[in-house]
Ligand binder design. Structure first.
Ligand code: NDP
Length: 257
């Protein structure tokens, strides 16, 4: 039997790993029903590459305005996505957008910590809350057994920098207190979400993309976005209920929390 077309939503889709995800999904993840490519300024210069890509697949790619740090914006985009989906559910949400503030324990301001939490933790939490009915509809409609990203899933992009266990090895080089704290909190958020949503057969999991050459990862990073995303999509495609609540890297290796 032919696979059912799926609908996917990616946040922070206008550059870096998010844009590469949209690009590669259009090439490899068929059949796709709709791909909601979310960014906070769809009409701005930083969304030009995404808009160009969207024009080549207008029937699939829907560029949606969504500011992860603004609950009203997330609610509005949920309404917009819901009206486009109709009664079809949303199969996969990729919580990718994030900010990284470089500061240590003595120079991190309350504002740095609050903005990191707004974008990196509260945004992903609000997305789960606002889009939950669409995930539940997808899980019911899919007809697939168990859990998978083709059925209903939330995949959140975390980082080894959020790992408490490995912080002593990396702290000297990456003094990014608000980012580390927010990614550790994201890991806990997704652990809780996985426990609450498994009754609906919604997979909730975390991926570390590697150290990647993007605006965030910098020019000295280890790998290109193309390699990272290729790996993450492969890992997502093979996920089952065994992966629920885990943190893996782009090669599918479990990494310490
Ligand atoms: P980039 O800095 O290159 O891109 C970040 C993306 O997030 C941009 O699209 C940006 O949009 C978006 N974004 C930031 N704030 C908001 C907001 N308030 N609302 C909507 N969108 C927002 O980062 P990467 O692509 O490298 O990172 C993607 C993910 O991977 C992140 O979760 C990051 O933490 C994680 N990661 C990355 C690593 C790396 O080495 N690159 C390593 C480990 C994890 P805008 O253009 O509007 O700013």
């Amino acid at each position: 039997m032919a696979a059912k077309p799926i609908s996917v939503l990616v946040t922070g889709a206008n550059r870096g790993l998010g844009l590469e995800m949209v690009r590669q999904m259009l090439e490899t993840q068929r059949p796709l029903n709709m791909l909601f490519a979310c960014c906070r300024d769809p009409d701005g210069a930083r969304a030009e590459a995404l808009q160009t890509l969207a024009k080549t697949h207008p029937e699939i790619v829907k560029v949606v305005r969504m500011d992860m740090a603004d609950l009203c914006s997330i609610k509005k985009s949920a309404q917009q996505v819901g009206s486009l989906l109709g009664d079809k559910g949303l199969n996969l949400i990729i919580n990718n957008a994030a900010i990284l503030v470089h500061s240590g324990i003595t120079d991190t301001t309350p504002e740095d910590m609050a903005s990191s939490f707004n974008t990196n933790v509260i945004g992903p939490m609000s997305i789960i809350q606002e889009f939950l009915p669409y995930l539940q509809a997808a899980a019911k409609d899919s007809g697939l057994p168990g859990m998978s990203c083709r059925k209903a899933a939330v995949v959140s992009i975390s980082s080894t920098l959020g790992s408490i266990e490995s912080t002593p090895q990396s702290y000297e080089h990456f003094k990014t207190v608000p980012y580390r704290v927010s990614k550790a909190a994201l890991n806990m958020l997704i652990t809780c979400a996985n426990l609450e949503l498994q009754k609906d057969e919604i997979l909730c999991t975390l991926l570390h993309p590697g150290w990647v050459r993007t605006d965030m990862g910098g020019a000295n990073a280890a790998i290109e976005a193309q390699e990272s995303v290729q790996g993450m999509l492969q890992v997502m495609n093979s996920m089952t209920e065994k992966d629920n609540g885990t943190l893996q890297d782009y090669n599918g290796q479990r990494i310490p929390w």
